[in-house]
Ligand binder design. Structure first.
Ligand code: 5AD
Ligand code: SF4
Length: 506
């Protein structure tokens, strides 16, 4: 049996896709032995450390080749596609083969300590390659850049370039500097940069679903979280550029877009020319109107920001998927206050009830942290009971990992012993396993509209797709003339905790 990965993950990651030659770097807190879902939509352990290139046999000739490996959240994976676009324009071509590369980039994540350790280990391996190949350059991108720039560049001499998430436009110049033997660094954060005009190179695309970044940064200052420091202030991308990108994807044959941001519900764009203000609800509607054949998803929602306007718009359009990732983090109002989440247990539960009232069939998933500072047994019990109340279809579960510079690190003591953190996390995982199985069992006998994403991992005679609720469904191809990107009605005949199994219905 393959190891499970559905309990892992920093932010949000996409479908696992075929990925030859990748290395399976584990950056996660806990892995159980349960069944691996066919294709995780969000943070997927198997995507960590993926190296992508857009096409196997690229006919173009390039002056240099770059290799890029990505860790962490969906935003990071989407950013790697922007980096690829910027480098492409400068005459650099992507390669999946690290040994062939002149430039090696690692797009890093800082969300938990373990993620950082993984990157460090990888950099040491690249260092060895670099020693064997003259002129090869290694660069660190993303969230670790700011905090570890001097350590990587000067102290440990691991890398030649360090580039933060808002400085990718300066990459070509920095590469030149590094080629000239200088240590090239730009970790400046910006209040404006959204890379709105850059058309991402889809690095590992199934050709069906794509990720579209709609905002960057985060202003929320959850006390455990390093993101506001590594990715800076929140800013929304120009609406027209988002619509343009989504329409273009649809015209190229894509059938699903996921609108990405650390906190998508606070999307807010003022179009001075049209004298118009676009909220997230309005944006969702505009994307949904591109075509009824284009599915729209989004991630992540902060419970405090998801409005009735958004819920009503979701309910109104069939192609806006019935699925909300609504991280709770803790079920205890006291802990939530220390986390600076700005809602109470009761408020969160009322939000879940409201979602179910407006969309009874909506899938809901969560992020949960075990063992935050001062957490007591009764707080932990509150977390378990809020999970029962919310009946999550799926959760990403972590134990608390103190991050330098965060509010929690400055204000509170990381005082829950590791064995207790792990025991509580285990209980959370076990409960989620039961909830996921029960949720899937409830779908037995139901028929869903499924978007085909490709072959099932286990058999070429089966398709793998997803229903609106983001559940993976595997079903035999039979003799139907279908292809990926098609919609098909599938009746659920069986399930595991992670996957629905079904049969095509006419
Ligand atoms: N420790 C553990 N988990 C964390 N997350 C964010 N910061 C930390 C931390 N310091 C989790 C939260 C968040 C998800 C992306 O990662 O649950 O929603
Ligand atoms: Fe971090 Fe909170 Fe912002 Fe999410 S909403 S990125 S958890 S600060």
């Amino acid at each position: 049996m393959l190891p499970s990965c559905h309990i892992t993950g920093a932010f949000l990651i996409f479908a696992s896709r075929t990925n030859p030659g990748k290395n399976y770097n584990r950056m996660f807190d806990l892995v159980t032995d349960s069944v691996r879902p066919e294709g995780l939509k969000r943070q997927d352990e198997t995507r960590q450390g993926e190296a992508y290139a857009p096409f196997a046999n690229d006919p173009n000739t390039y002056k240099k080749r770059f290799y890029i490996e990505s860790y962490g959240c969906q935003m990071n994976f989407a950013d790697s596609e922007i980096v690829a676009s910027i480098l492409n324009q400068q005459g650099f071509g992507a390669t999946r083969n690290v040994e062939e590369a002149d430039l090696i980039f690692i797009n890093t994540c800082s969300i938990r300590e373990k993620a950082e350790q993984t990157v460090r280990k990888r950099l040491t391996e690249f260092r060895k390659l670099k020693d064997q190949k003259k002129g090869m350059l290694v660069g660190v991108l993303g969230c670790m850049a700011e905090r570890l720039k001097s350590k990587f560049l000067e102290e440990e001499k691991l890398v030649d370039l360090v580039v933060g998430p808002d400085a990718y436009r300066t990459l070509p110049g920095l590469v030149e500097e590094a080629e000239g033997g200088q240590k090239a660094v730009n970790v400046l954060l910006s209040r404006e940069e959204t890379y709105a005009d850059i058309s991402p190179v889809r690095l590992d695309s199934n050709g069906v679903s794509a990720f579209v970044s709609i905002m960057r940064g985060c202003n929320n200052m959850c006390s455990f979280c390093v993101v506001p420091f590594t990715r800076g202030r929140e800013r929304s991308r120009d609406t027209e550029s988002i619509i343009h990108e989504c329409r273009d994807l649809f015209e190229k044959g894509y059938r699903e877009v996921t609108l990405l941001g650390q906190n998508v519900d606070s999307y807010y764009y003022v179009n001075d020319k049209a004298n118009e203000t676009i909220t997230f609800g309005k944006l969702l509607e505009r994307v949904a109107l591109i075509s009824p054949l284009l599915r729209v998803r989004f991630s992540t929602s902060h419970p405090k920001d998801i409005t009735d306007e958004v819920l009503h718009i979701m309910a109104q359009y069939e192609n806006i998927c019935r699925y909300i990732h609504l991280p709770v983090q803790s079920g205890s109002s006291r802990v939530l206050q220390l986390m600076n989440r700005t809602y109470t247990r009761e408020w969160y539960m009322a939000k879940v009830d409201r979602i179910r009232e407006l969309m009874p069939d909506c899938g809901i998933s969560s992020d949960i942290i075990a063992g935050f500072c001062t957490e007591e047994e009764r707080d932990h019990q509150d977390t378990l009971s809020i999970m029962e109340h919310s009946r999550y279809d799926m959760s990403y579960m972590f134990f608390y990992s103190e991050r330098p510079g965060t509010l929690a690190q400055r204000r509170y003591k990381d005082d829950v012993p590791e064995d207790i953190k792990k025991r509580r996390l285990q209980e959370i995982v076990e409960l989620q396993n039961r909830l996921s199985l029960e949720s899937n069992q409830q779908d037995l006998g139901k028929t869903f509209k499924v978007l085909i994403e490709g072959n099932s991992k286990r058999s070429e005679t089966d398709w793998m797709g997803r229903n609106s609720q983001n559940k993976v469904i595997v079903f035999p191809k039979e003799t139907y003339e279908l292809k990926k990107g098609d919609y098909v009605m599938v009746n659920v005949t069986d399930c595991t905790q992670a996957t629905l199994l079904g049969k095509i219905v006419n």
